[in-house]
Design a binder for this molecule. Structure first.
Ligand code: HEC
Length: 103
């Protein structure tokens, strides 16, 4: 009797385990991203422009209120339906890291 090709089965098992880990891990990752302004920005805001628009010398935004309005405008253009608190979290993150307005 010849040996069954046991070795050939190993990669398939690994793929199933990897696929399961991916499926199980995904909701947790998404839940975490919803609260992380960096992840939200990465996912939603980098298709049209990078962070260079926040630091260019002729940038248009001149106040924190203006920044929040702009993020909301971009969010509306984007039509992803970010929640207001997510928009606010992104605006706060951008202010902390790039604009640094005090009001
Ligand atoms: C549909 C394309 C698009 C997407 C997606 C987009 N933006 Fe924009 N954004 C623009 C355009 C166009 C401008 C104007 C660029 C200019 O004035 O040269 C802009 C400008 C800005 C500015 C002002 C930069 C300045 O001059 O000070 C901010 C802040 C900004 N976007 C934030 C965001 C954020 C945050 C997101 C994600 C929620 C986002 N954008 C997603 C198109 C987009």
């Amino acid at each position: 009797m010849s040996q069954p090709p046991r070795i050939a089965k190993l990669p398939v098992t690994h793929m199933v385990v990897a696929a399961l880990a991916f499926v199980v891990g995904l909701p947790a990752a998404m839940a975490a991203d919803e609260d992380d302004p960096h992840a939200l920005h990465e996912q939603n805001c980098t298709q049209c422009h990078g962070t260079e628009v926040y630091t260019r010398t002729d940038r248009r935004i001149q106040s924190l209120a203006g920044l929040e309005t702009q993020v909301e405008t971009c969010n509306t253009n984007l039509n992803t339906g970010l929640f207001p608190e997510q928009v606010k979290a992104i605006a706060t993150m951008l202010n902390d890291e790039y604009y640094q307005f005090s009001d």
